[in-house]
Design a protein around this ligand. Structure first.
Ligand code: ZN
Ligand code: ZN
Length: 246
């Protein structure tokens, strides 16, 4: 087993709010330079660029999880990660069906670029990815489980689009693998204010929309290999696995 440095919440050019410099080559080269071993591309409500990023990540010896940042009907952001490509794409298909049929306005929100591993633009996603899907957070978690994914509510310490921001608290019986925190979160202070969450595992990520932000927040996993099963074990501290969140 060994320690893997991971940033599991990174946006690409597909996210309307993601900078156009967030292409596979740029992102993976930056991740490599910053010493990341594992990343996840987590665009809003879509995995349209995941395969291209995985391909480029492979060339650099970086493992890239299939991922997505879902916006639930309560306007809560939750990150889902998968290691099985077929299951990930089947899950994505279901999400796309419950995403409202509203056209993206590129002038207002930005372009939603689907790109290949050679940096060619394949197409522009026309459906607005920035909206809420028609599933509640509980329904979303059940679906993620159905496809053997890992999930954590994103940036729980943030005010907007976070589970605490929207609901005011995290239901104690919640079945999340971990809670995601922002690059800037002071965990000690956060737990002083929210001591009822002390038994959760915390995963810090950058939530990068710009190259410079990649790895500004990261976590380290002590695992055998980068799989969903191993990440889950690290979150639960099972079988000598461990998770360090700085
Ligand atoms: Zn978010
Ligand atoms: Zn995000």
């Amino acid at each position: 087993m060994k320690w893997y440095k991971a940033d599991l919440h990174i946006h690409s050019v597909l996210s309307p709010c993601g900078d156009l410099e967030m292409s596979p080559d740029n992102v993976i080269q930056t991740a490599f330079r910053k010493g990341l071993d594992i990343i996840a591309i987590t665009d809003h409500n879509s995995m349209g660029n995941s395969l291209a990023f995985r391909k480029v990540a492979n060339r650099y010896g970086i493992f890239c999880f299939m991922g997505m940042e879902i916006q639930t009907s309560e306007e809560i952001h939750i990150v889902s990660l998968f290691d099985d490509v077929d299951k990930a794409l089947a899950f994505e298909k279901e999400v796309y069906e419950v995403l409202p049929s509203v056209k993206n306005d590129p002038d207002y929100f930005g372009d939603q670029v689907v790109i290949d591993a050679e940096e060619n633009i394949i197409r522009f996603e026309e459906k607005a990815l920035i909206n809420s899907i028609n599933w509640t957070i509980d329904e979303t978690v059940l679906k993620i489980r159905e496809y053997d994914g890992l999930c954590f509510p994103a940036h729980v310490d943030a005010v907007t689009f976070s589970i605490i921001g929207q609901l005011g608290f995290i239901p104690p019986d919640s079945d999340y693998d971990a809670l995601g925190i922002t690059a800037k979160c002071n965990i000690q202070k956060f737990l002083e204010d929210n001591s009822y969450l002390k038994n959760f595992a915390f995963i810090r990520n950058s939530d990068a929309h710009y190259l410079n932000d990649i790895a500004s927040g990261f976590s380290e996993f002590y695992i055998e290999k980068p799989t969903i099963r191993e990440l889950k074990m690290a979150c639960k501290k099972i079988g000598n696995r461990a998770l360090k969140t700085y």
